[in-house]
Write a protein that binds this ligand. Sequence first.
Ligand code: PLP
Length: 450
Amino acid sequence: MNEKPSISNLAAIDAAHHIHPFSDMAELNARGTRIIERAEGLFITDSTGKKYLDAFAGLWCVNVGYGRKSIAEAAYRQMQELPYYNAFFGTTTPPATLLAQKVASHAGPNLNRVFFTNSGSEATDTWFRMARVYWKALGKPQKTQVIARKNGYHGSTVAGASLGGMKLMHEQGNLPIDGIHHINQPYWYAEGEHLSPAEFGLKIARELETKIDELGEDRVAAFVAEPIQGAGGVIIPPDTYWPEIARICKARNILLVVDEVICGFGRLGEWFGHQHYGVEPDLAPIAKGLSSGYLPIGGVLVSDRVAEVMMNEVGEFYHGFTYSGHPVAAAAALENIRIIEEEGLVERVRDDIGPYFAAAWKSLESHEVVGEAQSVGLMGGLQLAADKATRRRYEKPDDIGTLVRNHCLENGLILRATGDRMLASPALTISRSEVDQVIETLSKALDHLR
Ligand code: PLP
């Protein structure tokens, strides 16, 4: 074993050699990076020994909480038996096959097959190609255009960043690539003006129809959206939104792609977000909660409609990753899902801790700087407001969110800030007293905005 370097050495090594994702490196190196060393349950510990309640499940992913020895053991056993073999050229491994069956058993009735990837971004690239291949095989090669949403997030690969609607990402690398279009998001608080949430939900959903007309129905392959935008700020759509989106996709014969990377595996109190909203996707990328982040793995749930064309008309799909269906990652994911089933975590979110969290989160609306505090299951978004009565927002939303986040961090709570929205997404195992701790610490941090 190599000798472990001291903390200050590790920070210096990090500054010299490690480029972090989504980080301003100059700022990071000036401040010094936070080094996380261990975790258990909902708590992570940094290299100074400070403990934090992680109300963000890492990056929306550690659904079963930290420290699950049985997942480590399942991975260890698999690594000894068969550390690697691939799913290319007509082979498979037992964990990959069993995982596909297990995932399909929990998804909507028409989603019976899975294509594995290593991440959500690769899952995005996979369905993006598959959608175009599908239409070409049906004799409609001109159906290539894909409609997505402003402020959506679908990953960091070229297709992922293009499909996402993040301006700052588009500005780096000349994105989006051709053939991708963005419509408005269902963000009632900021953009609903005088409409009721229900009216606004319908209006924004119907922008999809307008965009299809503009592009020509025979040129549009698919529409993609997250059930609830995550990275965009936990934007919970009005109830009228999803049924109208599903109606339009069906009426206009375009594939509905529901990005389940965050909302899948119990986050919304159902196995998948599409079940919460009662819609049936044609394709659904997954990742994160699939393995609770213990090992990298993602995939695309493929409906019978698409799978039949891929199998009967396309033949070979020239697409795949060396580690698609990696047996060790698949074994870890299988054990993760076994835990979710055995502990009834999806039902717990729906019937017990989800409603408890919702009431506690909503109580923050009594704070004078909170415009709205909404949640579904264990996914919460809180809107900071300069003036509640008029829904006026702060002039420098990023500074405001960062301030609140930093106060939380100082007091041992990890939440995320996106502009002037505070986001929570804890492990599905969070206890009532841990929920209380989140609310108390956040409430005190909000006092600094008074
Ligand atoms: N889709 C959604 C909705 C996401 O939130 C993310 C990541 O946060 C991705 C796709 C990309 O997943 P990954 O970071 O595993 O590539």
